[in-house]
Design a protein around this ligand. Sequence first.
Ligand code: FDA
Length: 430
Amino acid sequence: MRAELLLSPRCPHAEAAEEVVRRAFSDAGFQRQPLERVYVDDLDHAAGLGLHGSPTLRIDGRDVAPHDGLPISLDCRMYAQPDGTQAGVIPAETIFEHLRAREQEAAELKAARARPGLGELLARLSRALFLWASRRDSLERLSMALPFTRALVRRFVAAEDLEGALEVLRRLEATGLRWTVDILGESVTSNEMAEAAADRYIATLDALAGAGLEANVSLKLSQMGLGIDHDFCQRNMRRVVRRAAELGAFVRIDMEDHTVTDITLGIAREMHADYHDVGVVIQSYLRRSEADVEQLIREQIRVRLCKGAYDEPVEVAFQSRAEVDESFARLMERLMRDGRYPAIATHDHRLIEHAIEFAQQHGIDPTRYEFQMLYGVRRDVQERLVAQGYTVRVYVPYGTEWYPYYMRRLAERPANVLFVLRSLLPARRG
Ligand code: FDA
């Protein structure tokens, strides 16, 4: 890997910028990575190198922080920091995201070069393994007891408590991102747990409104007691939705596995009849989704479209990536044309590009839909879309019941595990 720090000779941020880069490399497991300083002394030289401000970190010819239309310049370049301030150093988080994206691209390329079907087969196997693990109580107890898992989980889980979550939301707000808050927990087995979960959602809605932050939450029916009793679950939901209505908040009902699709859509419809700002989720991997989308368009219920995160049998769900993506694109087009403010929930750059192009070709204004992504995933893409004027809502989970959520994130991208584990080991590469 070739890493260059491009600087104008008088850049006052050179030392600090280099220090952050070296530390970020080291934390990511690249302790011995050389960093070359490249001095750029006039505008012609800057134009030749494509320098849009000093300092600029470039890895294998690609700028770690895209310049997003800044002019060619030798001036100092300021970078938005995670705490909302501006400084002349590239944030370590941005460097991490870039390294992670490189890892993923390399892995994807390798998989694509493998024998046809083998990459996908392995991905499916590892996905099935993690999703199986997500349902094992014994593994949950074990991993929650391991000291280092907390550090790994922190990437995807904003905080353990509400206070911490509010801090994260303020940081997102400073970068122009929006959010929907998820309180971790699902498949509860007692009335007390379900009622406590509903209480926590009500307290969270109150806290968001009280702090002047957008009140938008996502919840799961299995957390509200669906596995215990349908009517009991509905009563808990009604309590949450009633408070949301009082506050003018939005409630999204997440979609769980296919055994509860009908029930979830049914409860969403009932809640929506009482209060307009209740939405639901459609999974493009389900074969039934086309019919569900048509019905939800007729009812003008807001839909979040995602690929789907559970292990589903072939009878009900597409299994190949190509079919799931094709279905996503089709459903997305229907929702963008006629749905009520759909949420396009994916990190898949091809589908995001497709959405943008489709909207442009059909005169659909960016205010008529939004993108949604998960906390801790493709922050670079989130920020780039915001800079381009799109609404991006981040799904922000908080709480201590992170195990199944975390396992689903690993199932989506096992390379995550390798990346973090590697950063814990002594470096072997430069
Ligand atoms: P895909 O898996 O093809 O990934 C595309 C790219 O995104 C990857 O190449 C990688 O760069 C990045 N990426 C994706 N997942 C990653 C991860 N875990 N770690 C690191 N990088 C990753 N599902 C469900 O069944 N019910 C629901 O209610 C919801 N709700 C929901 C809300 C929101 C806001 C989002 C974004 C997603 C969901 N999901 C969900 C999850 C969804 O179904 C799906 O599993 C994930 O979004 C991953 O699929 P992608 O569309 O991102 O594509």
